[in-house]
Structures are given as C-alpha cells and as structure tokens.
Design a binder for this molecule. Structure first.
Ligand code: GDP
Length: 199
C-alpha cells in the first residue's frame, strides 16, 4: 500500500470556542456527524491511527472541537458530535452557534466530511450541514458509514437515495459508502480529503 498522507495526524488542541482554534491560515478539513454515527472510527481509519479517536473521546472533549495537525501544516478538525443525549440544551445552543460561525467564517476550511450511519435516513443536522456547505460553496464528502452492516445491494441503494436527495436539493456533495471496520471506501475517502487539503 502507498504511504498514507494522513498518517502523521497529531493532536494539537481541543477548543470550546472558534477563537481558541489555531490561526486561520493554511488548510483544514472538518469532520462532522451526529454522535454515534461513527465519526471517531472514520478518523481512526482514515489516519490509520487507533489512538486518534481516543483523543477525541476523552471525557470533556466529545463536546469540543479537536484539532489534529498533519505533517504539511494542514489540519483535520473533529467537530463536536451532534445530538449527544447527555448534553444540556444550553450547550447544544452554544455548539449550533459555534459550528455555524466556524462553517461560515473559517477561511482555512477547505472541505467538510460528514459522517452518517448508512442504515438511517439523513437527519435534520445532516441536511443542515449539507445545505450550509453548499451555500458556502464548500466541498463536502458524505460518508455513509457502517456499510458492513448492509448487503452490497442495500448499501448501493442507500447511496443512491442520498445522492437523489442531494440532487433534488441542489447540494453538490460526493456521496460514498464507507466502513471503518471493513475498510470499504477507505482509499477513495482518503483521496478526497487529501484533494480538499491541497485544493
Ligand atoms: P462517534 O460518536 O460518531 O465518534 O462514533 P464511534 O466512532 O465511536 O462509533 C459508534 C459505534 O459505532 C461504536 O460502537 C463503533 O464501534 C461503531 N462503528 C463505527 N464505525 C463502524 C463501522 O464502519 N462498522 C461497524 N460495524 N460499526 C462501526
């Protein structure tokens, strides 16, 4: 296998507000998703690092923006998992505001990877995220993960349904099936992230 350009991702900091993020220079790709969608597992799989997600899952950090630096001064940003049941409404409101501001204003943001469970229809949060990216003209990769839980045919149908929705809504999104555990779509997803970072 060729070298993985994401393999040197290293924890930099966890931020509670966007003004605590590293200077808005260079290039970064943000990872978003509802909690339990499989975002940490996807980050692990893409970077080939088992410890990376543990960093994001450290108690207290699941509700922060976690920044990882790659070797070329580029970054991956793990956005707080949305819809986490134990999170009080005030914190949810805080994150809605911070994520909105981040997506709208962050100049170094080159693209968003949205993680959603392939077995479920896209939820309100997912749709808002796709809408946001499209409105800002930000490249977006929708990874329908846990594809290993479905047959090939079912997974292909789920991808087509999501593509249909994006077409109807006018959202310019790359949609692909993914599985962190089986490695489905891993190389293609990695290539898209690397392309976003170098665009
Ligand atoms: P996060 O809250 O979005 O970071 O989700 P996690 O990555 O912690 O995953 C939530 C649960 O889904 C865990 O039990 C994972 O083991 C499981 N999971 C994540 N990705 C996959 C996958 O591709 N296939 C399967 N079968 N399970 C997965």
């Amino acid at each position: 296998m060729s070298a993985n350009p994401l393999q040197h991702a290293q924890f930099v900091l966890a931020a509670h507000r966007i003004n605590q993020l590293p200077a808005d220079a260079g290039a970064e790709v943000a990872f978003a998703g509802r909690s339990n969608a499989g975002k940490s597992s996807a980050l692990n799989a893409l970077t080939g690092q088992r410890a990376l997600a543990r960093t994001s899952k450290t108690p207290g950090r699941t509700q922060q923006m976690v920044v990882f630096e790659l070797d070329q001064g580029t970054r991956l940003v793990d956005l707080p998992g949305y819809g986490y049941a134990k999170v009080p409404e005030s914190l949810r409101a805080h994150w809605r505001k911070e994520i909105d501001a981040y997506l709208q204003r962050r100049q170094s943001l080159r693209g968003v990877v949205l993680i959603a469970d392939i077995r479920h229809e896209l939820k309100e949060f997912d749709r808002q995220m796709l809408h946001f990216c499209s409105a800002r003209g930000l490249p977006c990769l929708l990874l329908l993960t846990k594809a290993d839980k479905l047959s090939r045919g079912q997974a292909a149908a789920a991808v087509e349904r999501a593509r249909g929705l994006c077409r109807r809504e006018g959202w310019d999104v790359i949609v692909q099936a993914f599985s962190s555990s089986a490695g489905t779509g891993l190389d293609a997803a990695r290539e898209t992230v690397v392309a976003m970072l170098s665009a």
